[in-house]
Design a protein around this ligand. Structure first.
Ligand SMILES: *[C@@H]1O[C@H](CO)[C@@H](O)[C@H](O)[C@H]1NC(C)=O
Ligand SMILES: CC(=O)N[C@H]1CO[C@H](CO)[C@@H](O)[C@@H]1O
Length: 402
């Protein structure tokens, strides 16, 4: 392990064994995923919680404190960190693919798409690894193949096929990845308790950006990953997004737009990353809330968000006419408040239960909650939003080919 350690002290000693192969999960699992999603569309099985209400209540109590973090991959699976180690699930259909019980208590687990590589951050309380360390696990060789150690606790890890981005409490560090893993640059940030840091996920993105909070309250710093000269001498590229602290940050697939929310939680602002201009102002609600998650749809046509109010909202970006407007604006009264757009569709999950949301196949949004529940709703631009799936994912069996 020692040999593969990045100490962050100038002398970067990182060796990745030559044995990393970026093979996908078995090809047929993708096909199965596709077939599964078609199956779901033709034959929507609605698992009514009313039928399982006792089981649900019991499960809810049992598992509420078990999950530390859940992460949605841009694609058909998600990871979830439990007290018994991280797990990987397929979404369409909902099936547990893998669990890693031997790696100890992990608080963050980020998978490189659907490959064999997972970046993990341990809980400090677990004796094995400290919380200032990122461990990359290779599921083919069933071992950790890379260890990066920082001065401060790691708050987030983001992977792309060519980079690993790590947000610690006060820094964002970018490394080339997987082999050779070399330190490219480090940026200082204000205290980043929530590990706000996003990277445009695709190598083919129009803009290859890493975005994170900047020193001015409520502002976002944008760094071009392809730029060879990101020296600190040049003025940082920032967007002043909000007047209070950022609480949520998202980037679209192409890297052309970011969405932000502040600690007020009333507004979501969407900015063009090229022109650095605000393109949308979306109103989640009129009272304050804590936003857990914002996500763009694959083609940036829609945006969803989840808050502690227990409501998942869906907004239209490409055709904002679908969004609802305040009735005041219809009367022609003009002020900032009435100009903003309200979501055109929404659905509810358990309030105050942390939850992440993302778009899935054809006009559907899924929500994954720390109480172990999985929700999938199909929406329509007329504002209808109907439940397609409800399940308790920690209840699932392990697929044999894992
Ligand atoms: C959710 O959608 C319903 C139906 O369109 C609407 O009546 C309700 O006001 C919305 N709720 C919120 C919190 O926006
Ligand atoms: C599918 C997708 O883009 N999911 C992202 C949703 O947002 C969270 C963070 O808010 C990301 O971790 C996911 O990758």
């Amino acid at each position: 392990m020692e040999k593969n350690m990045y100490t962050g002290k100038g002398n970067h000693r990182i060796n990745v064994p030559n044995t990393i192969h970026l093979t996908g999960w078995k090809f047929y699992s993708v096909i199965a995923g596709l077939v599964g999603s078609i199956g779901l569309m033709l034959w929507p099985i609605v698992m009514d919680p009313v039928l399982h209400v006792n089981k649900y209540k019991k499960k809810h109590e049992e598992i509420q404190t078990e999950i530390f973090q859940a992460g949605l991959l841009p694609g058909p699976c998600f990871t979830c960190c439990t007290k018994n180690g991280p797990r990987v699930y397929n979404i369409d259909p909902l099936v547990e693919k893998c669990r890693f019980p031997d790696v100890g208590i992990i608080t963050q687990c980020e998978m490189l798409y659907r490959t064999n590589l997972l970046a993990m951050v341990a809980a400090d309380s677990s004796s094995q690894y400290p919380d200032n360390t990122v461990l990359v696990y290779d599921d083919l060789s069933k071992q950790f193949v890379l260890q990066l150690t920082f001065h401060e606790p790691v708050k987030a890890v983001r992977l792309r096929r060519d980079k690993i981005v790590v947000a610690t409490l006060r820094q964002v560090c970018v490394f080339s990845f997987p082999a050779p893993t070399q330190h490219i640059f480090t940026f200082e940030t204000p205290y980043n308790t929530y590990g706000l840091c996003e990277v445009s996920p695709l190598l083919t993105a129009e803009r290859n950006l890493v975005v994170f909070p900047s020193f001015k309250t409520g502002s976002v710093q944008l760094v071009d990953l392809c730029s060879t000269d990101v020296s600190s001498s040049s003025a940082p590229v920032t967007i002043n997004a909000h007047r209070s602290d950022l609480i949520c940050l998202a980037i679209n697939q192409k890297g052309t737009m970011i969405a932000t929310a502040s600690s007020m939680g009333t507004l979501i602002r969407v900015f063009d990353t090229i022109k650095r201009q605000r393109v949308h102002e979306l109103r989640r609600g009129s009272d304050n809330a804590f936003l857990y998650c914002i996500n763009f749809s694959q083609n940036s046509e829609f945006l969803c968000c989840a808050s502690d109010k227990g409501t998942v909202h869906i907004f239209a970006l490409k055709d904002p006419r679908y969004n609802k407007r305040s009735s005041l604006s219809k009367l022609g009264i003009n002020c900032n408040y009435v100009e903003s757009q309200w979501s055109f569709a929404n659905f509810t999950v358990l309030p105050e239960c942390a939850c992440i949301c993302a778009f899935s196949s054809q006009n559907s949004v899924i929500a994954i909650c720390v109480d172990g529940t999985f929700h999938k709703y199909v929406f329509n631009t007329d504002g209808s939003c109907n439940r397609n799936t409800f399940d308790i994912f920690l209840d699932d069996f392990v697929d044999e080919d894992c």
